[in-house]
Design a binder for this molecule. Structure first.
Ligand SMILES: CC(C)(COP(=O)(O)OP(=O)(O)OC[C@H]1O[C@@H](n2cnc3c(N)ncnc32)[C@H](O)[C@@H]1OP(=O)(O)O)[C@@H](O)C(=O)NCCC(=O)NCCS
Length: 152
């Protein structure tokens, strides 16, 4: 049975989150591991955004997700964005990803944002639409991403 919690209370998972996010996305974008480490410090400062959520169980880290101001340069009018949703490969397909995304959208709603946004490759749309997200647009930007929204 997994739990989703505020990263603020689980900062011991910082190095593993940084490693996973860097390897999955930031490395190929030419960013350094230290850039994520810095980003994680922003998740625990006084500002409400950005923030991060961690899924864990008795075995430790299962996955994480961010809630940030903007994840897509071409769509700065939307805020906030659920981003960097990651579940450990051996822990997938048991509801952890869904829990993380739902918790991030709830965090957004608690902060007063009725609508949350996410961008993904078209093949992942079904993961989000299965629990209430709607496709707003497709083929946005150079990576041809889909933009989805969730209304709390
Ligand atoms: C995408 C990801 C977060 C899903 O995490 P997960 O813990 O496996 O997801 P869940 O178990 O909560 O899945 C919920 C449902 O979505 C489905 N699903 C999971 N991955 C899917 C995918 N790639 N495409 C379509 N449906 C998917 C599951 O089958 C499940 O359906 P069910 O309840 O009918 O069985 C995970 O595969 C991952 O970390 N991938 C690598 C990073 C990534 O691509 N992140 C998303 C960036 S936009």
């Amino acid at each position: 049975m997994h739990q989703v919690a505020d990263y603020l209370d689980h900062q011991n998972f910082g190095p593993i989150i940084a490693d996973r996010i860097w390897n999955a996305w930031w490395k190929d974008a030419g960013l350094h591991l230290s850039d994520i480490t810095h980003h994680l410090t922003e998740m625990v400062d006084d500002r409400s955004l950005p923030t991060a959520l961690v899924a864990h169980d008795e075995s430790g880290y299962l996955g994480s997700a961010f809630l940030i101001d903007c994840d897509l340069e071409e769509r700065q009018q939307y805020k906030p964005w659920v981003a960097a949703v990651w579940v450990e490969e051996s822990k997938r397909k048991r509801g952890v990803g869904k829990s993380l995304v739902e918790a991030a959208a709830k965090t957004a709603a608690d902060l007063g944002y009725r609508v949350s946004y996410i961008c993904c490759h078209q093949e992942l749309e079904a993961f989000y639409t299965a629990f209430g997200w709607s496709v707003l647009e497709r083929d946005v930007g150079p990576h041809k991403l889909s933009v989805l929204s969730f209304e709390a």
